[in-house]
Design a protein around this ligand. Structure first.
Ligand code: ATP
Length: 408
């Protein structure tokens, strides 16, 4: 594909073991950035970049392009910030992966289970990023680890207010993160564990139980182990929830990011065979404001509704060069109104995203259906019947002509 028209392009030559950090401006109107690897090898949070392919990053993205051997990349567009850093903890993270891989090898030899790892630390130390990195490295060497997402504020797997588990079968997509197919999701209902700590601990135990059952019947899952991402609340009941999680999952390793007191407390309170390791945070991790966290959450819940096919118009009225077929495959955004009531909507499995992603919607299979039972346009609320056993896996809905009314 040709370089994005009209965008400034900046070339960065990176020495080995350095990273290019950049941020894309936030906000609806902000311009997307494109990244292209020109020479050498590089990765974004553990996922390798293909050469001469343009990766697009939307508003608000905060990205690090790391290279082990050196590389050159092009950025198209104007980033909010962009700089190269030599000071990264990547080597320590890679060593952590190597140690976990040793444990998996040993588990394989001795017919034992692989490492169960809990990643803890306050907010904005890069816990999710470290989880992603370790999981991607593990799949890249052929493992099938499980991601356990206990961060109810910023879930990487499902909507906020849920806890979940996901088997990881391939490295995270550079732009979209891990492919979320068939996750196991539990409803918690709020974005802080503190609103109902009992429920939170109960759900942690449920996930641990299901994961252990899976390990009993699936050797690869057992050897792969799990990486547990936790909430940034590390005091009082939040701390107790971490101790509870360690015991429910019988974790072998706890990675504490950038919090010495938490490290000492966990060393003191967890059984001696649990390896508690203190790791530095990356200087690249950007603090996110409350506002920014809310926006990220909203974006995850926000749904888009389309109708496939614009109403047909007589050929004589069509704009020049446009044929009837074009209108039949066109995606027409639907504004929720009363007339949506009782319509069946298909939940598209198309990747969520902006413009670019819309192209795939028509050809994407459906992963579930919902029925709208009530629309309040003023309050912007829509009630739906959703036979799916979990929250919407995707946020693109396609309206059908079919209506459903439960007469029972
Ligand atoms: P929380 O507890 O709030 O969920 P966290 O500790 O899990 O936060 P992350 O979500 O991993 O933190 O990271 C915060 C942000 O920083 C993310 O947008 C991530 O993309 C970005 N980030 C992480 N590491 C780097 C880096 N080395 N350079 C640039 N940006 C980074």
């Amino acid at each position: 594909d040709a370089p994005a028209a009209g965008k400034v392009s900046t070339r960065y030559d990176l020495e080995k073991e350095t990273e290019l950090r950049f941020e894309v401006e936030a906000g609806e109107a902000a311009e997307q950035l494109e990244l292209e690897l020109l020479t050498g090898m590089a990765e974004v949070f553990g996922s390798e970049l293909n050469r001469n392919k343009k990766y697009t990053f939307g508003p608000g993205s905060k990205i690090a392009v790391f290279t082990w051997q050196g590389c050159s990349v092009n950025l198209y567009g104007k980033p909010e910030v962009a700089y190269v850093s030599k000071d990264t903890p990547m080597l320590l993270y890679l060593n952590t992966h190597a140690a976990l891989e040793q444990m998996r090898k040993q588990a394989e030899r001795d017919n034992e289970r692989g490492p169960r790892v809990m990643v803890v630390g306050p907010t904005d130390v890069g816990k999710s990023t470290v989880c992603r990195l370790l999981l991607s490295y593990a799949v890249r060497v052929g493992r099938r680890p499980t991601l356990v997402e206990l961060d109810v504020g910023q879930s990487g797997v499902s909507v906020p207010g849920t806890v979940s588990a996901l088997c990881i079968e391939r490295p995270a997509d550079v732009e979209e993160g891990f492919s979320v197919q068939a996750p196991l999701v539990y409803h918690f209902g709020s974005t802080t564990p503190g609103t109902n700590i009992k429920l939170y601990n109960k759900l942690t135990s449920c996930l641990a139980e299901v994961f252990s059952q899976r390990c009993e019947v699936n050797r690869k899952a057992s050897v792969g182990g799990c990486i547990i991402n936790t909430c940034g609340w590390v005091k009082g009941s939040g701390y107790q929830a971490l101790v509870h999680c360690a015991s429910a999952f019988q974790v072998d390793v706890v990675l504490v990011l950038d919090h010495e007191r938490l490290y000492n407390e966990l060393k003191r309170d967890l059984p001696h065979f649990v390896r508690v390791v203190l790791l530095p945070k990356s200087g690249g991790v950007v603090e996110r404001s409350k506002e920014c966290r809310r926006e990220t959450r909203d974006e995850k819940i926000h749904v888009r509704i389309y109708k496939i096919g614009a109403p047909s118009i007589p050929d004589s009225c069509l704009p020049l060069g446009m044929s009837q077929d074009d209108t039949q495959l066109k995606l027409v955004p639907v504004t929720p109104g009363r007339d949506l009531t009782y319509h069946v909507l298909s939940v598209s499995s198309a990747e969520d995203g902006e413009e670019g992603a819309r192209k795939g919607i028509v050809e994407s299979p459906v992963c579930g259906f919902i029925v709208v039972t009530y629309v309040d346009t003023q309050a912007q609320v829509m009630k739906v019947l959703s036979p799916a056993p979990r929250p919407l896996p995707r946020h693109t809905l396609l309206i059908m002509d079919i209506r459903f009314m439960d007469m029972k």
